[in-house]
Write a protein that binds this ligand. Structure first.
Ligand code: SF4
Ligand code: SF4
Length: 192
């Protein structure tokens, strides 16, 4: 029948329109968490940046380097400068130099410089996937737009560094699994 599709479309719009208010008034946490998603009970859109969608754990933006803080507040990066991430990176946007022992001049398991060109990074996650030391992880922070497209888009080590606690917060399931595997490995080593 002519116009039936139009009526159906309008009814659907009205359904979502009223559901938006119902979710706000009586909706549980689950319904509110779906706001902005295709499974939302009400509006599909959100009032960004006042509101933001719930980001799933496997969401990937630019990678970051995991570090822990020692008692003096110095960063200890997990990265050993093995270079695997830069080798597997499909866009070749990771650039690393290895640090040297100041006395012997020999290379040590630490990076002196670590850069990522975020314009080239395609957020594939291969670097994090292949890193044998859980030292590089994919971030959730997508608020990275700038007015300058040159140097500010080449992230140095200091900017790429984020604490282990941050990683545990944004990827709790992955973090737990890695810690369990790490503990099991340590125990196996101790018993052999
Ligand atoms: S981040 Fe991981 S894979 Fe990349 S150089 Fe460091 S330890 Fe190696
Ligand atoms: S996410 Fe992919 S493109 Fe970006 S740095 Fe890692 S491997 Fe390279």
């Amino acid at each position: 029948m002519n116009g039936l599709g139009l009526v159906k479309g309008l009814l659907l719009t009205f359904k979502h329109f009223f559901a938006t208010y119902l979710v706000d008034i009586i909706g549980g946490k689950k319904s509110k968490a779906r706001r902005g998603q295709i499974t939302a009970d009400g509006l599909f859109t959100i009032q960004y940046p006042e509101e933001s969608v719930t980001i799933p754990e496997e969401f990937r933006v630019i990678p970051f380097l995991v570090y822990t803080l020692d008692e003096e507040g110095q960063r200890t990066y997990r990265c050993t400068a093995c270079g695997i991430c830069s080798k597997v990176c499909p866009t070749q946007c990771i650039w690393i130099t290895r640090a040297k022992d100041p006395e012997t001049g020999r290379p040590i398991t630490e990076s002196a410089e670590f850069y990522i060109d975020i314009d080239k990074c395609m957020n594939c996650g291969s670097c994090a996937e292949f890193c044998p030391f859980d030292a590089i992880k994919m971030d959730h922070d997508f608020h990275i737009a700038t007015y300058e497209r040159g140097e500010t888009h080449i992230f140095p080590k200091e900017k790429l560094g984020k604490p282990l606690e941050y990683y545990a917060t944004i990827r709790p399931v992955n973090y737990q699994a890695e810690e369990i595997a790490r503990a099991a490995k340590a125990q196996a080593r101790a018993t052999t």
